[in-house]
Design a binder for this molecule. Structure first.
Ligand code: FAD
Length: 449
C-alpha cells in the first residue's frame, strides 16, 4: 500500500488476507487488498482519507461472526479490523452507563460489569467471540431479548467516523433525547454501510437478584410453540424462552453430550429473573402452563447445571455441521403468537422438499433460526436448498413476520430485501445511504447487493 499513513498496522500478506476473506456465513469469500488494524479514532480517520483518496472501499470488521456475509470484503477494499480497539473506557455508575471501544468482546464486557454488580443484557449466542461494534452494526439480539430487548435498546450514544473523515457524535449521555432525527438509530443495524463506529455508550442495569432456569420437555413440537404463546399471554415475561427441536437436540447430544432428553420432540429453555419471591411465583406459573400442554419440567439445581444447559444451547450451531457440511442459516421472526404455526409450516416444507430443516432459537420473541441442511458441493441439492430458503422467507412474511430478526441482510439476503420492504421505503433508505456515503465506499455490495 503505497503512501499508507505511517504508524498504523497494515498487512498485505496473503496469510492475513485469507484470514479476513470470509465470515461465519457461507455467503462468499474474497481477498481484500489489505487489512488494517487501527488503534484509535484518529488512525481510522487517516485510513478512511487514504482509502477515499485512492479509490478504495472500506469493509469494517469486528470478529467476523456475522451470519449474512456483511463483513466479507467488498471489491477493491481495505478491511478495517476493529479488534485492537477493545477498551472499556468509562464506567459511570452514577448514570448507569458504560463507554466502550467497538472491538470489545460482548462476554468480556458482561463479565467485567458483572464483577461490579452490573448487567448488560444483550447476549448473542456468539457472545464469547463477537464484538460490541459488530453487535451495534447488526443490532444483535439474543435469548434475553424477550424481556430486555436488543442492542438498540442499550445504545445511548455513538461516536462514528463518516466516509469523508468527519467525526460525528450522536445520542449522548442521557437516556432520553428528542432533538431532530435520530441518527444514532440509523447507524444501528446499518452493517458498516454508513460509517465506522468508534465509541459506544451503553446503558447498564443492576444484576438481577435471582434466576431460575427451567428445562421443559415436550413430546409434541406444536405444544412447545403453544406454550410460548400461553406463557406470554399469562403476563409472565421470562428472560429467555429458547426452543430446540428434536433434530437440534440430537445434533448437540451427538456432538457434545450434555444429557438433553434425546427422545423429546422439542425442549424449551426458560429462564426467569428478578426478586426471589416473584421469580419463584412466576416459575410456578410457567411450569403449570407447560404441564397442561403435556410438558415435563426440570429445574437447574445450581450454576453448573444452568451453564451446562446454556452450553448445550450454544453448541447447536457447530453441532449441525456434523449432520451436513452446509447449513443455509436463516433467522426469520414471526409474531409471538405465530411460533407454533411457523414450526408446523417449516416441518411441512421439509417433508415436501426432502430437505432437512432444523429449527431452534429465540422462540420467546418469535425469532426462529431455520437451518436448511445441504452440501454446497452437491450443486443440485444446494440450489434446492436456496429455493427452500425463499419459501421460508415467504412463510415468515405470510405470518406477519420478517426475513431477519437479528442477522441482518448483508450479502445473503440482499436479493430478498424487496420481498419485505416496499418501493417507497427502499427509496428512503437508499437516500439515507447516499447522504452518508455519496461515493459508495462504505462496505459496498452489502444490503443493496
Ligand atoms: C455461533 C453463532 C451464534 C450467533 N448467535 C447470534 C445471536 O444469538 N444473535 C445475533 O444477533 N447474532 C448471532 N450471531 C451472528 C453474529 O454473531 C452477530 O451478527 C454479531 O453481532 C456480529 O459481530 P462481529 O463482531 O462478529 O461482527 P462482524 O461479523 O465482523 O461484522 C458484522 C457487521 O458489522 C459491521 N461492523 C463491525 N464493526 C463495525 C464498526 N465498528 N463500525 C461499523 N460497522 C461495523 C461489519 O462491516 C458487518 O457489516 C451468531 C453467530 C454465530 C457464529
Amino acid at each position: 500500500m503505497k503512501n499508507f499513513p505511517s504508524g498504523i498496522r497494515i498487512s498485505t500478506e496473503k496469510e492475513d488476507l485469507i484470514c479476513y476473506s470470509f465470515d461465519s456465513s457461507i455467503a462468499d469469500e474474497k481477498l481484500p487488498l489489505a487489512v488494517a488494524w487501527p488503534k484509535s479514532t484518529d488512525e481510522i480517520i487517516k485510513i478512511i482519507k487514504y482509502a477515499s483518496d485512492n479509490g478504495f472501499s472500506i469493509t469494517p470488521r469486528g470478529a467476523g461472526t456475522g451470519m449474512s456475509g456483511a463483513s466479507v470484503p467488498s471489491d477493491n477494499c481495505i478491511v478495517l479490523s476493529l479488534e485492537n480497539m477493545r477498551k472499556m473506557l468509562d464506567v459511570d455508575t452514577r448514570n448507569m452507563t458504560v463507554v466502550v471501544e467497538p472491538g470489545i468482546i460482548n462476554s468480556r464486557l458482561q463479565k467485567e460489569l458483572g464483577y461490579l454488580g452490573y448487567f448488560y443484557p444483550p447476549d448473542p449466542a456468539s457472545m464469547n467471540i463477537c464484538t460490541i461494534g459488530g453487535n451495534v452494526a447488526t443490532n444483535a439480539g439474543g435469548p434475553r431479548a424477550i424481556k430486555y430487548g436488543v442492542t438498540r435498546d442499550y445504545v445511548i450514544g455513538i461516536e462514528a467516523v463518516l466516509p469523508d473523515g468527519t467525526v460525528i457524535n450522536t445520542g449522548g449521555k442521557t437516556y432520553k433525547k428528542t432533538v431532530g432525527y435520530d441518527l444514532k438509530n440509523i447507524l444501528i443495524g446499518s452493517e458498516g454501510t454508513l460509517a465506522i463506529t468508534t465509541k459506544i455508550r451503553l446503558k447498564m442495569l443492576p444484576v438481577p437478584e435471582d434466576i431460575i432456569t427451567l428445562l421443559i420437555i415436550f413430546n409434541n413440537l406444536e405444544s412447545s410453540g403453544d406454550a410460548v404463546t400461553k406463557i406470554i399471554s399469562s403476563k409472565v415475561i421470562p428472560r429467555t424462552i429458547e426452543l430446540m427441536d428434536r433434530l437440534s437436540i440430537e445434533a448437540v447430544e451427538n456432538y457434545k453430550p450434555t444429557g438433553l432428553p434425546a427422545d423429546a420432540e422439542a425442549i424449551l429453555l426458560i429462564e426467569l429473573d428478578g426478586y426471589p419471591k416473584t421469580v419463584k411465583k412466576e416459575a410456578e406459573r410457567v411450569v403449570d402452563i407447560c404441564q397442561t400442554l403435556g410438558g415435563e419440567a426440570v429445574s437447574a439445581e445450581d450454576d453448573i447445571a444452568r451453564e451446562r444447559l446454556w452450553e448445550a444451547r450454544r453448541s447447536i450451531s457447530p453441532a449441525l455441521y456434523h449432520i451436513k457440511p452446509t447449513k443455509i442459516n436463516e433467522d426469520i421472526v414471526v409474531p409471538r403468537d405465530k411460533v407454533a404455526s411457523a414450526l408446523i409450516e417449516l416441518k411441512r416444507l421439509s417433508e415436501a422438499t426432502g430437505i432437512k430443516i432444523i429449527s431452534f432459537g429465540h422462540a420467546g420473541d418469535g425469532n426462529i433460526h431455520v437451518n436448511i441442511m445441504v452440501d454446497i458441493n452437491d450443486r443440485e441439492e444446494y440450489s434446492k436448498g436456496m429455493e427452500v430458503a425463499k419459501k421460508v422467507f415467504q412463510i415468515a412474511l405470510n405470518l406477519g413476520g420478517s426475513i431477519s430478526g437479528e442477522h441482518g441482510i448483508g450479502i445473503t439476503k440482499a436479493p430478498y430485501l424487496a420481498m419485505e420492504i416496499k418501493e417507497k421505503e427502499l427509496k428512503l433508505m437508499k437516500g439515507i445511504k447516499k447522504l452518508f456515503d455519496p461515493f459508495g465506499m462504505m462496505n459496498p455490495g452489502k444490503i443493496w447487493g
